[in-house]
Write a protein that binds this ligand. Structure first.
Ligand code: SF4
Ligand code: SF4
Length: 323
């Protein structure tokens, strides 16, 4: 599989993480202005995934044939001789046995037909990037949010970053599917102020059908975290996928589960969107929900009203993109 259940070290035994990108001054991933560190690697395969470039744990390159001019600049720039032009069509071929992932070719492409996803980063480098935004946290009550992919695939890397942030007085949050061994979660909870966890479906079989794994470990991890000694707050996020999990039955079952969570602070409905579809093309993988039409804003608000009548006793939010 293309994801890790562990952390990486370089030759000097320095802890490294596989990072997809860093987004600054986000207002959607926790209180105040947030720096969001997106990591690579995820054990789930949600049919609606909007960041397919975060699924594999290693750095990778994408290629959009329909944008390629066939100019050959990438081929000439490669120091490893890893690229060549197909004899049948103006299409660049990549020899993965030669490619060293330096991404020089990506920088030479005049059409952005090539893209790179991810890079390795040390803990110290990640923390240096995070604290560049410290002034914003101070004024807005914000902080760092670790997201994915699945952060729990790199537990030591995440724990060390969160520990360093907490020791500097920076508020910490993490977004996770919670599909992970408890030993990984235990490393992170002491350093976490706020936890965003997805509940994608309450039906075990349908969860497996749409996401690739069932929900038993996820629900058990939420319950165990709720009973833990750590004083963090929990927000449950529900991605609203039309015809998949937005029914009265599934929302009622999710609400029933949420009512049992004592650390629950809020529930957020995330509107389905199709913003990641372009990336599927670059990665040469099929988007499973090609014909799915996003809900209207009115429909999402109607679902939020339905949820608000389930006596959850917490804030109900609506987020995500409407397209
Ligand atoms: S990433 Fe580097 S080694 Fe790989 S094909 Fe591009 S230029 Fe060559
Ligand atoms: S540089 Fe870009 S446009 Fe030119 S051949 Fe390479 S991928 Fe195609």
């Amino acid at each position: 599989m293309g994801y890790l259940w562990g952390d990486l070290m370089n030759q000097d035994a320095e802890l490294l993480g596989s990072v997809l990108r860093i987004e600054r001054t986000s207002i959607h991933d926790g209180e105040g202005l947030r720096t969001v560190l997106f990591l690579k690697g995820c054990p789930l395969r949600c049919s609606w995934c909007s960041t397919p470039e975060s699924q594999l744990s290693y750095t990778e390159k994408g290629y959009a044939f329909d944008l390629c001019l066939g100019c050959g600049k990438c081929i000439r720039s490669c120091p490893e001789g890893a690229l060549s032009m197909s004899e049948d069509e103006p299409k660049v071929l990549n020899d993965i046995t030669k490619c060293k992932k330096c991404f020089i070719c990506v920088s030479k492409c005049p059409r952005r037909a090539l893209k790179s996803y991810g890079r390795l980063m040390s803990v110290q480098e990640a923390v240096r990037e995070i604290i560049k935004d410290e002034i914003f946290y101070f004024h807005s009550g914000g902080g760092i949010t670790i997201s994915g992919g699945e952060p729990l695939c790199q537990p030591d890397f995440v724990a060390k970053i969160l520990q360093e942030c907490r020791e500097r007085g920076i508020h910490t949050a993490m977004e996770t599917s919670f599909y992970a061994p408890w030993e990984n979660i235990e490393k992170i909870l002491p350093w976490l102020n706020f936890l965003y966890v997805d509940i994608k479906h309450m039906d075990k079989k349908l969860h497996k059908y749409w996401v690739g794994v069932d929900n038993l470990q996820i629900l058990a991890n939420i319950r165990k975290t709720d009973r833990s000694e750590y004083p963090l707050e929990i927000a449950v996020r529900i991605p609203m996928i039309p015809g998949v999990n937005d029914s009265d039955i599934n929302l009622s079952a999710t609400a029933e589960f949420c009512r049992s969570i004592k650390k629950l602070k809020e529930v957020e409905l995330l509107a389905y969107h199709r913003l990641g579809i372009e990336t599927y093309k670059y990665l040469g993988i099929d988007y499973a929900l090609k014909n799915l039409v996003p809900q209207s804003q009115e429909k999402i608000l109607e679902r939020a009203v339905f949820l608000s009548r389930q006596n959850l006793g917490v804030l109900i939010r609506v987020g995500g993109g409407f397209v």
